[in-house]
Design a protein around this ligand. Structure first.
Ligand code: ADP
Ligand code: MG
Ligand code: MG
Length: 937
């Protein structure tokens, strides 16, 4: 049993509240508001909020999310105390609407709707028209004088109840509906007459009885109870669990249940139902964007059963549907609707996603929430809402997901290629999710996942998608559907996850049985190439090369003028704001001045990691390293060292020049040297010759170098300690390059970084050596340059001993890749044998079934905060305990991961360093962390 909660209200007085209570919404009694989303779910909280600002909402009540948890903690039993509350609430609704459950004169009908804290599109199931029985349907027909509507509602209810509440297979019911349509000789369900519908209801109930062995329930209270259970149960369906996993939503949040008086969009030509956004969610354009269906109910629009019509005159005209928009067919209601849009946008200060129903010209709003939008739209709306004065910069920024910036940088079709593919263009659907996708055809979610696992890019094509297709959509490069509009399930999910998506390509025929799709006389089969442009809606039966995005073209390649491109300008604005609010500096990992130039134009403020080993890219440079490591002849070795010094100096000069005074961290040679040694007979023979030794001698030396576990072997500072000549040439090259720049009045103060330290003596050794080399060089050249010496923290012992190590370091840089490998004891290169399975789950050791999740994330992608993160914290604390102003950064893969960046921000690092194309994401992430941290304070 749950204990009574004690709540402290704002005045500090304690009030006891009944934990089993429900929360009413509507004009007469309104208990909730938008701030109560954790308790009431997003839908329930906003229904109450809308009621309170005078927006027409049918009355009802919300069973709070805490009851879902209670239900699940109590063997899926609804508490009696709760059901007493529900009964009382129904009585209140009956009084308010002058109706009665199951009545022959005036039946109360309700919808039972789920609603979690965050919206989970299509994940939870809704039951409409609950309360209809053989008696109530007569009551509804009489009361409304609309028998057609009454029986239409009843047949919908029987199907929904069977499917959603009783989990019966939808198909058999659909078949009965199709049979009724062909018997009546009509193609749409609106064509069915009252008699057809009455008969259909009988058939459907018969099927229910066949499948369940029970009569279709004739007591609305029993219907309601089962529906509430079904909503709670739907929290734990496979698809809901998968969605939560991807979105990191804890299972403990639970869903609320909303019970609401029905309004009817299926009452004839003056009734309708629709879904709309207050701005275009795909492009971000400030125009009303939505779809409606006349004489229809709720899910019809979303489910793509009939293709809905645009609400605005302008978009109808664009689609050659003149005269069919809501603006034209229901002008008065349309104006009311747009007034509501304005009111809602102002009230929530954000773009709203609104569900509405018109019952005989009377408008009702059934849901509002902050609308999901594509990455492009996130950016555009943020910029424009600040211009409009609707929100401030920080609020606007906080609404942009770092992945949107990725979307802005991701490829688009090569225009020339696309023009060449014109003859393969087979049609144009709705541009539901921007971006370009090209791959092979997959017709099922399973197939798409299979392709993904094989590393073959694919495009998922479906008649329409349901939540069951979620996995396939994630696996595919893009999604194409035959049915459904821009607010269909496919479109909503695709936009949210940045997948290019085209919807409603009605001419496309999909034959799953033969694995083919066709349009006119053009046909392709599963595995053939297909491409789609989610920004224009075009679909091609061929492969099209993709190319750089507008931002890349304008800002990096310089092939378009960024001031002429709205997208470039919006990107720049967002980045300017991000730079204004972030505290973390953003550096890049770059080894060539080409990479570095890209990173700088994307906003990098310096280099956090240059890997010297990457400068040995060509065969002749490799040979020099082999000579140093293996030559017996001292002369060969000395010459090789001086050649290395020479070319490294040139490479560093180019890099430092590009940096133009920005900081540069150069890491001394790090990898196990055998990686650079010859492999295969030909290579070995050639190398032996250059070393002036025999093949056999070389093989023997190579054999000596072999290691069982090179990752933990002779590498990092161990190389520089045992082969000081290696450190010596590198340091000379770095400092000579710096000196050269300084004499050309380009400031340069290199940061020399020593890798894989586990003991302070290792650093003391290398630092002493570096300083000695520098002094000798300065004496030799009669010139000086300042430099600093620091170390990577990438072994657990180094993090634990950070206080000692910091006494000899000017800076720390966490090498989180190796720190992750060595903390978890997992080699990155061998992890794929088990880590993906750890993540996806194995069977439960007790039951042998189910999903036992061993490790939730890929620790090489997102920092293992509770393990590796603790070492980072220790390292920061230890380092700064002996060296107060120690500069600390990170240069692992995690430097470009938003969640990890947030961790680094919170733990007081000075900078993150990431690969060039992650720099914009890192800038925004760092700003978001700073803004969040301010909010928490
Ligand atoms: P979802 O969370 O999947 O959007 P909803 O609970 O919002 O599910 O219900 C889906 C649709 O059902 C709504 O958009 C609306 O059109 C319809 N609906 C829900 N409640 C009512 C109601 N009280 N009267 C009429 N239609 C309703
Ligand atoms: Mg739904
Ligand atoms: Mg909804």
């Amino acid at each position: 049993m749950m204990k009574t909660q004690v709540l402290t209200n704002t005045t500090g007085t304690e009030t006891e509240i009944n934990p089993f209570r429900v929360y009413h919404f509507g004009k007469v009694q309104n208990d909730g508001n938008a701030s109560m989303r954790n308790l009431l779910g997003g839908k329930g909280a906003n229904l109450a909020e809308m009621s309170s600002i005078g927006i027409p909402v049918p009355p009802g009540f919300t069973i709070p999310t805490s009851m879902c948890t209670h239900y699940n903690d109590n063997q899926q039993q609804l508490a009696d105390a709760l059901m007493i509350e529900v009964d009382e609430a129904i009585t209140l609704m009956e009084q308010q609407t002058a109706t009665e459950f199951g009545s022959l004169e005036n039946p109360l009908l309700v919808s039972v709707r789920s609603g979690a804290r965050v919206s989970m599109p299509g994940m939870m199931d809704t039951v409409l028209n609950l309360g209809l029985t053989d008696i109530a349907v007569i009551g509804l027909a009489n009361k409304t004088n609309n028998a057609r509507m009454a029986y239409d509602s009843y047949r919908r209810f029987i199907v929904m109840y069977s499917e959603v509440v009783k989990g019966m297979d939808a198909e058999a019911f659909e078949e009965l509906i199709d049979a009724a349509k062909s018997k009546a000789g009509v193609s749409e369900d609106t064509g069915l007459s009252v008699e057809d519908l009455k008969e259909l209801c009988l058939e459907l109930k018969k099927l229910y009885t066949e499948l369940s062995g029970d009569e279709f329930p004739q007591d609305p209270k029993i219907q309601l109870r089962s529906a509430i259970e079904a909503v709670f149960d739907s929290w734990n369906t496979e698809r809901a669990v998968l969605y939560r996993k991807i979105q990191n939503i804890p299972a403990s949040w639970g869903t609320a249940v909303n019970v609401q008086a029905m309004v009817f969009g299926n009452k004839g030509a003056s009734s309708a139902t629709g879904v709309a956004f207050t701005r275009n969610p795909s492009t971000g354009d400030k125009t009303y964007f939505g779809e409606y269906l006349i004489n229809a109910q709720g899910e019809d629009v979303v489910a793509g059963v009939r293709t809905p019509l645009p609400i605005s005159k302008e978009s109808a005209a664009q689609k050659c549907l003149d005269g069919q928009s809501m603006e034209e067919t229901m002008p008065k209601t349309y104006v009311e609707l747009t007034d509501v849009f304005e009111k809602l946008e102002k009230h929530y200060a954000d773009m709203q996603d609104v569900e509405f129903t018109v019952e005989e010209e009377k408008l009702y709003i059934l849901q509002t929430r902050n609308g999901k939008r594509s990455g492009f739209a996130q950016v555009r709306m943020a910029v424009e809402m600040v211009e409009e004065g609707l929100v401030d910069e920080k609020t606007a920024l906080a609404r942009i997901e770092p992945s949107s910036i990725e979307q802005m940088l991701s490829p688009i079709f090569n225009l020339e290629d696309k023009a060449n593919a014109a003859s393969e263009m087979v049609g144009k659907g709705l541009n539901a999710g921007p971006g370009a996708a090209s791959g092979v055809l997959a017709l099922t979610s399973a197939k798409a996942i299979e392709y993904k696992q094989l590393g073959v890019p694919c495009v998922l094509v479906r008649n329409d998608t349901s939540p069951a297709d979620f996995g396939g959509m994630m696996a595919a490069e893009g999604v194409l559907t035959v049915r459904g509009g821009a607010t269909s399930h496919a479109a909503v999910v695709a936009r949210q996850f940045g997948k290019p998506c085209v919807c409603g390509l009605a001419a496309l025929k999909v034959k799953e049985s033969t694995g083919e799709i066709s349009i006119g006389d053009k046909k392709i089969k599963e595995g053939d190439a297909i491409s789609l442009d989610g920004s224009t809606g075009e679909v091609f039966f061929c492969k099209i090369e993709t190319s750089a995005s507008e931002v890349i073209q304008g800002i990096i390649d310089g092939v378009i003028d960024p001031n002429e491109s709205e997208i470039c300008k919006q990107y720049q604005t967002i980045m300017t704001w991000a730079d204004k609010y972030r505290r973390l500096k953003i550096r890049t990992n770059a080894d060539t001045s080409r990479d570095l130039k890209i990173a700088l134009s994307l906003g990098a403020e310096g280099v956090g990691l240059t890997r010297v080993e990457h400068m040995f890219g060509s065969d002749d440079k490799l040979l020099l390293l082999r000579q140093v490591m293996l030559a017996k002849d001292e002369q060969i070795k000395t010459l090789a060292l001086s050649n290395i010094e020479h070319f490294l100096k040139e490479d560093f000069t180019a890099l430092f020049q590009t940096l133009n005074g920005r900081p540069a961290t150069v890491r001394l040679l790090d990898p196990p040297m055998h990686e650079f040694m010859p492999h295969g007979d030909a290579d070995t023979a050639k190398t032996a010759k250059a070393l002036k030794i025999t093949d056999a001698e070389l093989r023997a030396s190579l054999g000596d170098m072999e290691e069982h576990n090179p990752m933990l072997g002779f590498r990092g500072c161990r190389l520089g300690i045992l082969k000081p000549e290696l450190t010596r040439v590198q340091v000379r090259a770095i400092l000579e390059a710096a000196l050269e720049l300084n004499s050309a009045y380009i400031p340069c103060k290199p940061e020399i970084m020593v890798p894989i330290i586990m003991h302070e003596n290792e650093l003391i050794h290398q630092r002493t050596l570096i300083d000695k080399v520098a002094q000798d060089l300065f004496a030799e050249l009669g010139q000086k340059v300042s430099y600093s010496v620091g170390t990577m923290i990438e072994l657990p012992r180094a993090a634990l001993q950070a206080d000692e190590i910091a006494k000899h370091a000017d800076f720390f840089s966490f090498g989180t890749n190796d720190l992750t490998q060595t903390t978890l004891g997992i080699s990155r290169d061998d992890a794929n044998h088990f880590l993906p399975t750890y993540k996806n789950g194995v069977s439960d050791p007790l039951t042998g079934t189910g999903n036992f999740e061993v490790y939730p994330d890929d620790p090489f992608q997102t920092l293992d905060q509770s393990g590796v993160g603790k070492l980072v914290q220790l390292g920061v604390k230890g380092g700064r305990s002996t060296s107060k102003d120690l500069k600390i950064g990170i240069c692992g893969e995690h430097g470009g991961d938003p969640a990890s960046i947030d961790f680094f921000h919170r733990n007081g690092l000075d900078y993150v360093s990431c690969s060039p194309f992650r720099v914009p994401v890192a800038r925004l992430s760092a700003a978001l962390s700073a803004i969040r941290a301010e909010e928490v304070e």
